[in-house]
Design a protein around this ligand. Structure first.
Ligand SMILES: COc1nc(N)nc2c1ncn2[C@H]1C[C@H](O)[C@@H](COP(=O)(O)OP(=O)(O)OP(=O)(O)O)O1
Length: 181
């Protein structure tokens, strides 16, 4: 498969909040990515920086504010869209406010596997529960398919850049990812 062509990019943000060995994800209740778990984020408004938009979207979708650190860049294409999605990905380990469900996202904590090997195990065998916290491990089977390619390294402290092209069937067709330490 060739890389899908595009002439324009649309800017988005995505923010992941971690507390110890737990990761806050949101279950998308409507719109783009409905039915999947993801970080919190959305379109960048006119005149906003990516960082401003990431802070606003986290507040709107999860009810919290956090000092977000930029950690990754993702370009996403599919035959369903003519503008590539350019997503800047952010990270925080502390937050303020009370986590609150919104019209768009239902926040939920998940257990983070402690090793790369455990990440691989839960990617292959979904719906496992962490014996220590009692929480379900990160639900890779209910997330964008490309997330399994970069989230383990992202959570280990790496910065990343990558591109993911999806097919008309909604499955990942072609991708590349690079990590920075
Ligand atoms: C394809 O790979 C993706 N992986 C991840 N982790 N996140 C992705 C991927 N593709 C899109 N996203 C993210 C980027 C944004 O955070 C959301 C989509 O934003 P949305 O369309 O919901 O934007 P809003 O401004 O919140 O929408 P409303 O206009 O409905 O408020 O998905």
């Amino acid at each position: 498969m060739d890389w899908l062509p595009f002439n324009k990019v649309k800017p988005y943000t995505n923010a992941f909040v971690r507390q110890g060995n737990q990761l806050l994800l949101g279950y998308k209740k409507r719109g783009f990515g409905k039915g999947l778990y993801n970080g919190f984020g959305g379109k960048v408004d006119q005149g906003e920086t990516f960082a401003d938009a990431a802070t606003r979207e986290l507040q709107e979708e999860a009810g919290i504010t956090a000092k977000l650190e930029h950690r990754g860049t993702l370009l996403f294409m599919s035959p369903e869209i003519t503008e590539a999605a350019h997503i800047e990905v952010f990270y925080a380990e502390t937050f303020e406010g009370t986590i609150t469900e919104s019209d768009e996202m239902r926040p939920e904590w998940f257990a983070i596997p402690s090793t790369d090997e455990k990440h691989r195990e839960i990617i292959q065998k979904a719906k496992q529960v962490d014996a220590v916290s009692g929480l379900r491990f990160i639900p890779y089977d209910e997330m964008w398919e490309d997330d399994a390619l970069w989230l383990p390294a992202f959570l280990s402290g790496h910065h990343f850049i990558g591109r993911a092209d999806f097919g008309a069937d909604g499955r990942l067709q072609k991708w590349w990812f690079a990590l920075k330490s």
